[in-house]
Ligand binder design. Structure first.
Ligand code: UN1
Length: 494
């Protein structure tokens, strides 16, 4: 079966007539379909459609735009089960996770719709008599949106709904590992009543992504993906004077102090490290155990991780699905080898599963390394798989220093019953997000989301902070004095 780009409400192949297959990572014999491998020409077509639609859409009253977005949330709700199956089939995570992914998009739709009545600017007294100062959030134009496959609906929705709510138009290049979900996203927006050209989908790989970044009529680029790709995008956007928002890698640490509720921490670490098969930018990939509970907690954790049920995400009792593709599978296994060569202690896992039902999928065991030292690559580099690196901390200060010894700064967590530790950690952990007594994953749609250091470039999705990405400020001065009033800057000498 062939699927198409969605441009100006038309479904169309790439002008270049090239295609790529979309494969089920749990069973590579299952080919979902072929999708257009788009070129710069296809991207240009979509950007033109979005540019043409901008005038009318940006002038549509924001609450009217909100009604359409709210309807999209309703349709996502109606199509939840069917869409979850589409998502799981193409990217592997269990159905309960893909349903959660969709729920986050529904929440984001309703939140963005509501915000269309609250796109607050501010006004202030003027420094001069009979003059009024106002400021407004203005839509910017065509937004180029480039996303990863691990949250095929939620993460795109974090960008698409606020962008549309603010009056922008969108060209979205979804991941080539989750293109079918994007097709359903487009169907839903069409049914919700998004006018032609306001929202467009162009499938493809880095070629289409690069063309989107380069196109002169794309005024904002919002990207979720690797730090390497995001940094290249930022360089180009710098040269082209485009606004760019980046959500990139993570190497998220959990600290467990000796006074923590260890059962609670255990559930949190298991979910944070092995939920979504460790393939979240917020996944727990470093665990820092306070020395007095180190051995005990490691035993508890190994036992529980060993018993996680691995399998196709389409099966009801699966707790951990496959990794996304051959490239990632090789990369993760490569890191497991590196960890062993570096001298870390492999506690459990380490293997690809190849027998029986696993034979045709990319399944890797939950893997835990202990004795990990901060110089080791498995401590420093983002693996994006079910691999957890554990280190021992002698004190609270040592634990914080270990957590902060990273080029990334997205999510983080501390388990403790101590008010002193909890508040010091909230202040001292270098990360965009810190959880207290909860895992590193599970951000809520209406709170700022993003990271520091090599994780981001200062923007935050989620909450109203996302509108800082998708709007520009316009300041308006109204002088009703009937005479030339010079601003203070020009009269200070008088
Ligand atoms: C990501 O992996 O790109 O906080 C985002 C979380 C999710 C989002 C993860 N809501 O884990």
């Amino acid at each position: 079966m062939r699927f198409f780009n969605y441009i100006a409400s038309q479904w169309m192949p790439s002008a270049s007539d090239r295609w790529f297959p979309n494969v089920n990572p749990a069973d590579t014999r299952d080919i979902i379909g072929e999708f257009p491998r788009s070129s710069a020409e296809d991207v240009a077509r979509a950007v033109e459609a979005a540019r043409d639609a901008f005038r009318t859409w940006s002038r549509t009253p924001a609450p009217r735009r909100g009604e359409i977005i709210r309807r999209a949330g309703d349709i996502f709700t109606r199509r939840k089960d069917e869409l979850a199956a589409v998502m799981t089939r193409e990217m592997g995570k269990p159905l309960f996770e893909t349903k959660g992914d969709i729920q986050e998009a529904i929440d984001t739709a309703y939140y963005s719709a509501t915000e269309t009545r609250r796109l607050f600017g501010y006004n202030t007294p003027s420094e001069l008599p009979n003059k009024l100062n106002l400021s407004f959030r203005m839509p910017i134009g065509v937004c180029g949106i480039i996303t990863a496959w691990n949250f095929p609906i939620a993460v795109p929705s974090w960008k698409i709904f606020p962008a549309l709510a603010a009056g922008n138009t969108v060209v979205w290049k979804p991941s080539d590992d989750a293109p079918h979900s994007a097709v359903v996203f487009a169907e839903i927006l069409e049914e919700a009543g998004v006018p032609p050209g306001v929202f467009n989908v162009v499938h493809g790989d880095a070629e289409a992504g690069a063309a989107l970044v380069e196109h002169p009529d794309v005024r904002v680029v919002a990207f979720t993906g690797s730090t390497a790709t995001g940094t290249r995008i930022a360089e180009r956007c710098g040269a082209l004077n485009k606004k760019v928002s980046l959500e990139m890698g993570g190497k998220n640490a959990v600290i467990i102090m000796d006074d923590a509720d260890l059962d609670l921490a255990l559930d949190g670490v298991l979910w944070g490290a092995f939920g979504t098969t460790g393939q979240r930018c917020t996944a727990t990939s470093r665990l820092i155990l306070h020395a007095p509970i180190h051995d005990r907690f490691l035993d508890m954790l190994s036992e529980r991780a060993r018993s996680l049920r691995i399998g196709s995400g389409l099966e009801a009792d699966t707790q951990m699905g496959p990794v996304i593709n051959q490239r990632q599978c090789d990369k993760i296994l490569g890191y497991i080898r590196i960890g062993q060569e570096e001298g870390a202690r492999l506690i459990i896992g380490g293997n690809r599963l190849t027998s029986g039902n696993f034979a045709h999928g990319y399944f890797i065991e939950p893997t835990i390394f202990a004795g990990v030292q901060p110089h080791m690559r498995i401590w420093r580099e983002e693996i994006f798989g079910p691999v957890l690196s554990v280190a021992r901390a002698d004190s609270f200060e040592h634990a914080i220093a270990l957590a902060n010894d990273s080029e990334y700064g997205l999510s983080s967590a501390i388990y403790t019953r101590s008010v002193e530790y909890a508040f010091a950690a909230m202040r001292d952990i270098e990360a965009g997000i810190t959880y207290v007594n909860a895992p590193t994953i599970g951000a809520e749609a209406h709170m700022p989301f993003g990271g520091i250091k090599n994780t981001g470039n200062g923007h935050r999705e989620g909450g109203w902070t996302v509108f800082d990405i998708f709007t520009e400020w316009k300041t308006v001065y109204v002088d009703f004095s009937g005479r030339l009033q010079r601003a203070q800057i020009d009269t200070a000498a008088e």
